[in-house]
Design a protein around this ligand. Structure first.
Ligand code: FAD
Length: 125
């Protein structure tokens, strides 16, 4: 059994940002489990023709990182699915996030053992 400080379920916008915060800022031993074969969450799963954002691109990206903000250029006002997926891959690469993500792992249950201060989860591949 592997002991962690924090377990994050899902590698979409939220999970990736949480991983950065918990691992890089709080220095916690953190792991992300993701059911899909790669990161991106909504933007990994929804690939149908015409899928795109309806928020303006500059409001949809991460603003906490000057690095990402300055180096990534949104070319469209309402970016397509593939562009948003590439943005998340770029973010992940810049912050070296993938090394703490395990893909094709669906969490099917979690259990908290209060007395032992432990949480145990079950996954399926
Ligand atoms: C076509 C489309 C357009 C959108 N446009 C906008 C927009 O313009 N503005 C806006 O604000 N929002 C928009 N959204 C909403 C979008 O879902 C969110 O903006 C955002 O991407 C959600 O990120 P998230 O990380 O919270 O969740 P998700 O992206 O849903 O990621 C959750 C991840 O958790 C994984 N997961 C879930 N359960 C488990 C489990 N048991 N075990 C393992 N992994 C699990 C899933 O596989 C998924 O990858 C849009 C959505 C779609 C589909």
């Amino acid at each position: 059994m592997k002991y962690l400080d924090a377990l994050i379920i899902g590698a979409g916008f939220s999970g990736l940002y949480q991983l950065h915060c918990l691992r890089d800022k709080l220095k916690l031993n953190t792991l992300v489990l993701e059911e899909g074969g790669d990161l991106g969450g909504t933007w990994y799963w929804n690939r149908y023709p015409g899928a795109r954002c309806d928020s303006e691109s500059f409001t949809y990206g991460f603003t906490f990182s000057k690095k990402i903000f300055k180096t990534w250029t949104w070319k469209e006002r309402y970016p397509k699915q593939k562009v948003i997926l590439n943005y998340l891959k770029y973010f992940s690469k810049e912050y070296n996030l993938k090394k703490n993500i395990v893909f094709k792992q669906k969490v099917i249950s979690t259990q908290i053992f209060c007395k032992r201060k432990l949480m145990e989860n079950k996954n399926e591949q």
